[in-house]
Each structure stands twice: as structure tokens, then as C-alpha cells.
Ligand binder design. Structure first.
Ligand SMILES: [Zn+2]
Length: 316
């Protein structure tokens, strides 16, 4: 999901402590003169215009997950749009402010740095002048608790009234945080869209993005999917290899009977180059020549392919 927050940027010289935290994320040690630091409010526990809110536990999880995450433009995943990095986060409760339903207002603040360079000059100017201040975050959660029925999956629609009570969803159970982004306020407001759900990618879509995108970001669950998929492929590949070996053995037996003058080395060299389809064709041809179809036992070899040869393995 992507959520949008108006934030008051705090700009200042980084302290020695800040520089230590910043340099955890750099390959070369940066000095105070190398960086421009600012703060943003990433998210809070108030009910937003989409009638959703983060619970405080979700904010606590995000507080940890956002350290080291990049700040980008308009949620673009292009590496050239990644312009800042979060080096410090803090969950803050503002005693003077309440959420619209009377809870103490709690928000997640992030301190970020960008490198002072020609490329980042306009970004720094926009932050300093307050043009860039609306931030939205992209994260994943597996729980949206309904205020009407308390369930995570129900038919109540956020924003609608049920028996006089307005339904809102509480986001908890954060599974990942991806990035935060400066967003163009007018475009977002006019479009009326401040967030969209970032669903977990299916294996099909992950494979598609491997082919089509220059860089791919996967969450923990998606990585597990890829790892299971590779494991499945490895098993299939091992089974396929067994089947090929079994086919080759049958072909070699057939050659030994029909063409004893051909040396084994020569046959091996030929078999290794053939596709599995051609090995099957050759097996059939050699079997025909020797007057028998030599059965190949493998899970890939179906019963119907074996019907005519059950006892004929050694029928010459
Ligand atoms: Zn409900």
C-alpha cells in the first residue's frame, strides 16, 4: 500500500552521531559537507482520507523497517530516481494532539540524507523551499482490521456508515517496507489517489519482471517463492536427467545388438548431443531394428507408452 503524509521538513547540519549513522550506509566515509540532511513524517496513527489507519504496533515495525530504505520520486523504482536514504527513524507521540477518534497522536519521523551533488541540487532546493514535502510510503501488510466487525476479511466498506458508525480499517501486521517517495501534491490530490495496494507478486509476475525490468525488488515472501520455485525446477531437472540416462542405456543396448561394430565412445558422443525428444525417437527406431521396444522406466514415461512391450525387453 502507498500512503501519503504532509510533513514539515526539518533541515539542519548533521551531528557527529548522525554522520556515524549515515556512514553505516556508505562505501566511502562521507563528511558533514558531503551530505544534505532533512526529516520527513512517514506515517501516523490517525484515520486518513481513505478511512484507514496504522496501529501503533504497525508503526513500531515500520520504525525498524524504514532504516536504510531509499527515498525516491513518485514511487519510481528506477535507480536514477533514488535520491535519499533513511538513516534514523523515531516514533513520536505528540501529547498536544489527538487523532480524530481521540487517541494520542503518534507518528513516525525519519531522518534522511542525500549527497550534495550537481544532480541533487534541484532536489535540495525544493526541500529547502518547502516545495517537496508531501511524502508517501510503500509497504506491505497482511492485516486490515475492520472497525465494525473486527475481522480482517469482510464485506464492510471503509468510509461507509453502518448503524450510524463509520467503518475504517486498522492496518497492522506489517510484513515489509519498500521505500518512501516525494509525491507531487496537486497531482495526487486532484487524482484523489493517495495510495494503492502493493500486492504480493505471483511467481508468474516475478518471472515477467525478471525478463522486463532492469532491477527487481522482492519482499521476503516473494524471495521464498523464488527459492521454492528453483528447488522445484532442480527436482524436475534431476528427474529429467534420470530419464535421459535411462533412455541412453536402452539405446546403447539396442546399438550393441544391432550395430556391434560401432564403438561405445562414438555412441556416447552422439547421445550427449541429442535432445530428449530425439533420444525418444532414436530409442523407438533402435528398438524397432532389434525387434523390441525397450521399456524406459521413469515418472515421465506413461503407462500407455509401455503397453506393447511388457515382456519383450530381451526378445531378440
Ligand atoms: Zn467488517
Amino acid at each position: 500500500m502507498i500512503k501519503c503524509y504532509q510533513s514539515k521538513n526539518e533541515i539542519g547540519m548533521p551531528s557527529d552521531e548522525d554522520m556515524k549513522l549515515i556512514n553505516k550506509h556508505t562505501l566511502k566515509t562521507l563528511t558533514k559537507d558531503d551530505v544534505f540532511c532533512f526529516s520527513v513524517v512517514l506515517c501516523d496513527n490517525d484515520i486518513d482520507r481513505d478511512f484507514e489507519r496504522f496501529d501503533v504496533n504497525a508503526l513500531k515495525t515500520l520504525e525498524k523497517l524504514f532504516i536504510g530504505k531509499t527515498g525516491i520520486h513518485n514511487h519510481s523504482m528506477k535507480s536514477e530516481d533514488q535520491n535519499s536514504r533513511t538513516y534514523k527513524t523515531q516514533l513520536i507521540t505528540d501529547a498536544t494532539r489527538k487523532t480524530c477518534d481521540g487517541l494520542p497522536y503518534t507518528y513516525l519521523k525519519a531522518w534522511c540524507y542525500t549527497v550534495r551533488s550537481e544532480k541533487n541540487e534541484s532536489l535540495i532546493r525544493d526541500i529547502e523551499s518547502g516545495i517537496k514535502k508531501e511524502v508517501s510510503i510503500s509497504c506491505a501488510s497482511d492485516n486490515h482490521i475492520c472497525s465494525i466487525c473486527g475481522e480482517s476479511h469482510c464485506n464492510h466498506i471503509a468510509g461507509r456508515k453502518y448503524n450510524g458508525k463509520r467503518c475504517y480499517k486498522t492496518i497492522s501486521g506489517i510484513t515489509d517496507a519498500y521505500e518512501w517517495s516525494f509525491v507531487a501534491v496537486p497531482a495526487q490530490r486532484n487524482a484523489g489517489v493517495t495510495k494503492s495496494f502493493k500486492k504480493e507478486k505471483s511467481m508468474e509476475n516475478i518471472l515477467k519482471s525478471f525478463k522486463e525490468e532492469k532491477s527487481v525488488t522482492l519482499n521476503e515472501n516473494e524471495l521464498k517463492k523464488v527459492s521454492d520455485y528453483i528447488e522445484g525446477l532442480e527436482k524436475k531437472s534431476a528427474d529429467g536427467e534420470k530419464y535421459r540416462l535411462s533412455l541412453c542405456a536402452k539405446i546403447k543396448s539396442g546399438f550393441a545388438v544391432s550395430f556391434p561394430e560401432i564403438k561405445e565412445d562414438c555412441i556416447n558422443e552422439m547421445l550427449v548431443c541429442l535432445s530428449t525428444d530425439n533420444l525418444e525417437n532414436l530409442n523407438k527406431a533402435v528398438s524397432k531394428k532389434t525387434g523390441t521396444i525397450i521399456p524406459v522406466t521413469s515418472q515421465f514415461y506413461t503407462e500407455e507408452k509401455r503397453t506393447d512391450n511388457s515382456d519383450s525387453q530381451f526378445k531378440f
